[in-house]
Design a protein around this ligand. Structure first.
Ligand SMILES: *Cc1c(COP(=O)(O)O)cnc(C)c1O
Length: 388
C-alpha cells in the first residue's frame, strides 16, 4: 500500500461501527464484562485484557493503530498532550541515578521537564550538540539509559544524524527516542532510521486544525509494554473527543502537508532574498547547513521554519509583527492557519552557542494563498523600515 492509500485506510474498521466511515467518539470509563471468567482472563493481560477508559477506548485504538502504521512502528499510545507523551516515554526508562543524553535544541518544555522533574527524581541530563553524530559515543556513561533526539531542532532548525546516533546507542544498549513532530509520520520514518520510541505532538499537524491537545508515542514491539505501563501508571490518557479529532485530522495530513511544504518553501526562498533578512533556517533550502542530512533522511518538509532579520530595533520588529493580517501571533503550529512569533531571547542553549545576526522569528506557513501571505509580509517590512 502506498503512503496516501495507507493514510486513508489504516486503523479504519467501518464494519465494526455500523458502516460509519469514522469511529464514533466513545465516552467511556467503565467497560463491562459478561462473566467472571472473562473478567479473570482479562486481568491476566495487562492493558489489553483489563478494559477501562483510562487505558483507551475504541476511538483511541483506531487513532493508535493508524499512527503506528504510518510511522512504521509496532503500536502507538495516545496521551493527553505532546509534552505528556515526552514525559511518559522518558519516565518509562529513567530512574534515580540514571543519565540522559538530551539534544541541546530540544523543545523548551522538554528541557524544563529534564532540569526540573527528572533532576528532582535523581536523573542527570547532559545536553549535546545536535551535530554530534557518532561523537555521541564520547558522552555515553555506564548509567546512560536514553538518548533523546529532535530534528530539526526547535526554533533554530538544526538537523541531526539520527541513524548514526541510533547506531551508537544500540551498540551500547541505550534507548533512542525522537520527537518527530516536525517530520510528522509522513516525512520522517523513525523506525527505519534506528529509533526505538517516537513521539508526536499530535496537537500540531495530526489534529491539524488548532483545536485539540494530543500526544502519541509509537514504539517497536520490544518497547511497547514498558512505555504503556509508564503512561498507564501516571494516568496520562487522552480524551476520546481529542482522539476523534486526531483521527479525523490524520486522514487529510498528506494533502495538507503538500501545501504547507510548498508554501513554506516558497515563503522561505522569498524571505531569504529580502534585504531585511540575514538568514532563513529551513533544512529543505539547499544552502542550509542541515540540508544534506534532510535530503538523505526526510521525504519532505512541513511549513515551520525560522528567520533571522538583519540587526534592527525591537520597536521595528514589533511594528512588523503587530500589523500582520494573516499571520497571527500565537504559540503552537500545524493548524491550517499561518502563524508567526518572535523568538529572540527565547532560545536556551547550554551545549552550543546560539548567536544569531539579528532578531529571530518563527513562521508557520498555513494554507492561505501565498500571494496574500507575501503581500502581508511585504507591508510588514514597510512598517519595519519606517520604525527603525
Ligand atoms: C508543541 C510541541 C510539543 C508539545 O506538544 P503539546 O501537545 O503542546 O504538549 C513537543 N514537541 C515539539 C517539537 C513541539 O513543537
Amino acid at each position: 500500500m502506498k503512503k496516501d492509500t495507507l493514510i486513508v485506510h489504516a486503523g479504519r474498521h467501518p464494519e465494526d461501527q455500523h458502516g460509519a466511515v469514522n469511529p464514533p467518539v466513545y465516552h467511556v470509563s467503565t467497560v463491562t464484562y459478561p462473566t467472571v471468567a472473562a473478567l479473570e482472563a482479562g486481568a491476566k493481560k495487562p492493558f489489553e485484557g483489563v478494559r477501562y477508559g483510562r487505558y483507551g477506548t475504541p476511538t483511541t485504538f483506531a487513532l493508535e493503530e493508524a499512527v503506528a502504521a504510518l510511522e512504521g512502528g509496532w503500536r502507538s499510545i495516545a496521551t493527553s498532550s505532546g509534552l505528556g507523551a515526552i514525559a511518559g516515554a522518558l519516565v518509562a526508562y529513567l530512574k534515580a541515578g540514571d543519565h540522559l543524553l538530551m539534544v541541546d535544541t530540544v523543545y523548551h518544555p522538554t528541557r524544563k521537564f529534564c532540569d526540573g522533574m527528572l533532576a528532582r527524581f535523581g536523573v542527570e541530563t547532559t545536553y549535546y550538540d545536535p551535530r554530534i553524530g557518532v561523537g555521541i559515543d564520547g558522552l555515553m556513561r555506564p548509567n546512560t539509559r536514553v538518548v533523546f533526539c529532535e530534528a530539526p531542532g526547535s526554533l533554530t532548525f538544526e538537523m541531526q544524524d539520527i541513524p548514526a546516533i541510533a547506531q551508537v546507542a544500540r551498540e551500547r544498549g541505550v534507548v533512542t527516542m525522537m520527537d518527530n513532530t516536525w517530520g510528522t509520520p509522513l516525512f520522517f520514518k523513525p523506525f527505519a532510521h534506528g529509533v526505538d520510541v517516537s513521539i508526536q505532538a499530535a496537537t500540531k499537524y495530526i489534529v491539524g486544525h488548532a483545536d485539540a491537545m494530543l500526544g502519541l508515542i509509537t514504539t517497536t514491539e520490544e518497547h511497547w509494554a514498558n512505555v504503556k505501563a509508564a503512561v498507564a501508571a501516571f494516568g496520562y490518557s487522552a480524551g476520546s473527543e481529542e482522539c476523534y479529532l486526531g483521527h479525523r485530522g490524520l486522514r487529510t495530513l498528506s494533502v495538507r502537508l503538500r501545501q504547507h511544504q510548498e508554501t513554506g518553501l516558497r515563503l522561505a526562498e522569498w524571505l531569504a532574498a529580502r534585504p531585511e533578512v540575514a538568514a532563513v533556517m529551513h533544512p529543505a533550502l539547499p544552502d542550509d547547513p542541515g540540508h544534506a542530512l534532510w535530503k538523505r533522511d526526510f521525504e519532505g518538509a512541513c511549513g515551520l521554519f525560522g528567520v533571522t532579520l538583519k540587526p534592527t530595533s525591537k520597536a521595528a520588529v514589533d511594528a512588523f509583527l503587530d500589523g500582520l493580517e494573516y499571520f497571527a501571533l500565537g504559540y503552537s503550529w500545524g493548524g491550517y492557519e499561518s502563524l508567526i512569533i518572535p523568538t529572540s531571547g527565547q532560545v536556551v542553549r547550554t551545549a552550543t552557542r546560539w548567536e544569531p545576526a539579528g532578531p529571530t522569528l518563527r513562521i508557520h506557513a498555513g494554507l492561505e494563498d501565498i500571494e496574500d501571505l507575501k503581500a502581508d509580509l511585504e507591508e510588514g517590512f514597510a512598517r519595519l523600515r519606517a520604525a527603525r
